[in-house]
Design a protein around this ligand. Structure first.
Ligand code: TXA
Ligand code: MG
Length: 319
């Protein structure tokens, strides 16, 4: 793996190029928010529709007013509690934020990433970074520099390697609306953690939709190349299915069956944080074997289990 330095990454970003940055959630494909050339490169490399807006990454809460306006007090309260960290807030955008980033909408998504390398980079440059996950549109998100390079060989020399991502699933996305705070995407911070902080219930607003006008809520997302089948009973599904070469993504247990060619266990102790940390990494390992299918066990539907299940449902071939 290459050794991209912070100073070289800075040079590239200042020259309208993209770089791949580590965050605590997943790796991001980053561009200077003030460079439309670079932002277009991000969309084009990912093959991402221009109708799906990007998250802006800032270095400190003070910088929020460069990006957003009419910021509600509760947004600051949430920022103080969770930033730097895996929580994204959708706020009214300032005119200086490009319509490319917001997909022509009037709101902008923003967060401070909690990764030393990302923060060092943000502190060394004079602008925020727009960064979606560094995967081709609809594919599994990458949680290591190696998995980014596998998806994007041409980007191998522009990856800042920050090791395995701690959280392993993307940030939670919330938005401030007149009727309350909406939860747009389940992620690394649980709904309950946010509700405890603000003392009110979130309005769950992540309906699966194939209309891109509901950004981030596409029903098909996070899909491996192999057919992904979900179950609550691994051995029963393995024995019933007519396919022969099967990969299994299990929550806690090892299952043995002649048709199971590889099994990945997310957390032998049933720890949902560990499961999230291992989730995309395990799917990448299973997917690269080119098996007939991957059978994944649904997790308990609580806390981070909800966020992991949400990704499984969106990635699944049939459900
Ligand atoms: O953890 C993360 O959030 C990672 C790291 C790199 O920060 N980024 C990430 O970006 O997951 P991306 O582009 O893969 O997902 C961004 C999500 C999408 O679901 C997008 O639709 C939603 O945020 N989003 C962005 N701007 C929005 C807006 N203005 N309103 C509503 N949703 C928005
Ligand atoms: Mg993504």
């Amino acid at each position: 793996m290459n050794q991209l330095t912070i100073s070289r990454a800075k040079q590239l970003l200042e020259a309208d190029e993209v770089v791949v940055i580590p965050t605590e959630t997943v790796y991001g494909l980053a561009a200077n928010i003030y460079s439309e050339i670079a932002i277009r490169k991000v969309f084009d490399l990912k093959n991402r529709p221009y109708t799906n807006p990007l998250i802006v990454h800032i270095k400190s809460i003070e910088k929020l007013t460069d990006i957003a306006q009419n910021i509600p007090t509760v947004a600051y309260h949430i920022a103080e509690k969770f930033w730097p960290g895996p929580l994204t807030q959708v706020l009214e955008k300032r005119d200086t934020v490009s319509d490319l980033i917001t997909a022509n909408g009037r709101s902008v998504a923003v967060r401070i990433p909690n990764h030393p390398v990302a923060l060092e980079l943000l502190n060394s440059i004079g602008f925020p970074l727009a960064a979606p996950s560094a995967n081709p549109f609809n594919y599994l998100s990458p949680t290591s520099a190696e998995d980014v390079a596998k998806c994007f060989p041409t980007l191998a020399s522009v990856i800042l390697d920050g090791g395995r991502c701690q959280n392993g699933i993307e940030s939670t996305v919330i938005g401030h609306k007149k009727d309350g705070i909406h939860l747009f995407r389940y992620g690394s911070i649980t709904k309950e953690e946010i509700e405890e902080t603000i003392g009110q219930k979130l309005i769950v607003d992540n309906k699966k939709s194939d209309k891109i006008e509901s950004p981030g809520m596409l029903s098909k997302h996070y899909s491996p190349k192999s057919k992904l089948i979900l179950t609550k009973d691994i051995l029963n599904t393995v024995s019933q299915i007519s396919l022969e070469r099967i990969g299994v993504l299990s929550f806690q247990q090892v299952y043995l069956h002649p048709k199971i060619k590889m099994i990945k266990v997310l957390s032998t102790t049933g720890d949902l944080h560990e499961a999230a940390h291992n989730f995309f990494e395990s799917l990448h390992r299973l997917d690269e074997l080119g098996l007939d299918c991957i059978i994944a066990e649904l997790l308990p539907n609580k806390g981070l289990g909800i966020a992991i299940n949400d990704r499984l449902y969106r990635g699944a071939s049939k459900f």
